[in-house]
Design a protein around this ligand. Structure first.
Ligand code: CUA
Length: 311
């Protein structure tokens, strides 16, 4: 996976802090493990040579106990300092505010703004500007989920009825993979989130594009797809900005064609897969809330053609 879902390849300040703590723990515990093995080997060696009984045992035990206490104390201090630095990072000035709602089994991502006309929603992808702190409000409506973006930060649970926040400070651009880290039902393992850390200018361009209404259909086929998507069952669950489709049960589709994957990381976002997904979502991801809609192959082609224009 080239470290795109790895806490050992930190790309953010929080992950770097917990990563350092991990290495301190690893170093200290490995040192003690080695010491135990060395002493054990030495004791066996002495026994085999028939060495006389140890008289100064008390001193050795006391020294060993002191060493262990010192080691544990060091780990406690390290843990405390990491906690402190994580808390300090959370107080960054003017963070980007995002609300993520976990659903069975996908992620709704809403970019907040003081101006309500500049709030927009996307799904299963999180775009973050490089170097700017982000404060993410985490919400769950159904069951407990947990958001884990290993390259950026530790896990944070999303518990219905409770508020939680996750602070991020991305320091390396790239595409990362996040995953739900709390068992939340049948498709828990198929609940991924694409995370894109991009330079500020790229992020601004993406944000500006996301605020525009979806493009209108231009060809006959696109218009046919548009009529089906906005006039039939699709619109009851999905929204597309600037159209009569404003359902909130399923992922927002305003820019679905621009996303890398379909169905929360389940499928690559390509025409054939989109067609197969619409034809039979329950075989691909059993138990998800998208029903099978009776569409003729020609209607489905038109729907796919229209959805592909939503860049
Ligand atoms: Cu959501 Cu596991």
């Amino acid at each position: 996976m080239n470290g795109v879902q790895s806490a050992l390849h930190p790309a953010g300040a929080q992950a770097a802090a917990t990563g350092s703590l991990f290495h301190i723990f690893l170093g200290v515990t490995c040192t003690f493990f080695l010491l135990v093995l060395i002493f054990l080997g030495w004791a066996i060696w002495r026994r085999d040579r028939g060495a006389p009984r140890e008289r100064k045992m008390r001193l050795a035990v006391a020294a060993w106990a002191a060493l262990i206490t010192l080691g544990l104390f060091g780990l406690t201090i390290g843990s405390y300092w990491t906690d402190r630095s994580l808390a300090a990072m959370a107080d960054g000035a003017s963070p980007l505010r995002i609300k993520i709602t976990a659903q069975q089994w996908w992620w709704e991502v809403e970019y907040q703004d003081a101006d309500p006309s500049r709030i927009f929603t996307t799904a299963n992808e999180l775009h973050l500007p490089l170097g700017r702190p982000a404060k993410i409000e985490l919400v769950a409506d159904d069951v407990i989920h947990s958001l884990w973006i290993p390259n950026l930060a530790g896990k944070q649970d999303l518990i219905p009825g409770r508020s939680a926040t996750l602070d991020l400070l991305p320091r390396r651009a790239g595409r990362f993979r996040a995953q739900c880290a709390e068992f939340c039902g049948l498709q828990h393992a198929h609940m991924a989130l694409d995370v894109l850390v991009e330079p500020a200018a790229d992020f601004a361009a993406w944000r500006a594009k996301s605020l525009e209404p979806a493009p209108s259909p231009k060809t006959v086929e696109q218009a046919r797809g548009y009529a089906i998507v906005t006039g039939r069952q699709c619109a009851a669950c999905h929204s597309i900005a600037g159209t009569p489709a404003y359902g909130s049960v399923g992922p927002d589709l305003s820019r679905v064609a621009s996303r890398a994957t379909l169905a929360a990381g389940e499928l690559p976002n390509a025409r054939t897969w989109l067609d197969r997904w619409i034809a039979d979502p329950q075989t691909i991801k059993p138990g998800n809330r998208m029903p099978r809609i009776a569409l003729t192959p020609a209607d489905r082609r038109a729907v796919v053609t229209y959805l592909e224009t939503l860049q």
